[in-house]
Design a protein around this ligand. Structure first.
Ligand SMILES: [Fe+2]
Length: 170
């Protein structure tokens, strides 16, 4: 193994290849990382999604939203602000917990916010979030840097009421 530091290279010889295996369960990933081991970052005020970044890959990033304390400034707004991702399509898979920033989302829901599409808390949720100290949500976000095309099977699971959930009283 070669480790480069500035203009010098240091060689370390391991007794075994780091990928030496005792057995193989049939999967092709080199290693696995449980979302339950992800350590969240908490700020005085709301921190943007890159603090949840778990993996990067060509063309996408994966972020983990895990149970955590909320922002601790006395006037902090603990849920995300409205935004539109100009560089990526955003898929969120809501695994478990109460997703305070979205109304009408149930466990195991999947949302797709195409790039440039404004989204954020629905009316009333910012006010409702004030003073909240923690969240138990567990969700995975995948942002892709090329636009996604929705397949026929996904269209069959579409909830046409979701875009209307931002309307007052919905
Ligand atoms: Fe978003």
């Amino acid at each position: 193994m070669l480790v480069k530091l500035r203009d010098r290279v240091q060689e370390t010889v391991l007794a075994h290849h780091p990928f030496d295996l005792v057995g193989w369960d049939g999967f092709c990933y080199p290693w696995a990382f449980s979302i339950h081991d992800f350590m969240p970052v908490v700020g005085k005020v709301h921190l943007p999604p890159p603090v949840h970044l778990t993996f990067t890959a060509p063309g996408l990033v994966v972020c983990s939203f895990v149970p955590r304390l909320f922002d601790f400034h006395p006037e902090a707004v603990p849920i995300p602000y409205a935004h539109s991702n100009v560089d990526s399509d955003e898929i969120l898979y809501y695994v478990e917990g109460n997703f305070m920033s979205r109304r009408g989302i149930e466990t195991e829901s999947l949302t797709l916010h195409p790039m440039g599409y404004p989204h954020g808390p629905q009316p009333g949720l910012i006010e409702k979030s004030l003073g909240a100290k923690e969240t138990g949500e567990l969700a995975v976000m995948v942002d892709t840097f090329a636009p996604l095309r929705v397949g026929r099977d996904a269209l069959a699971a579409d909830d046409p009421a979701y875009p209307l959930s931002w309307l007052e009283g919905a």
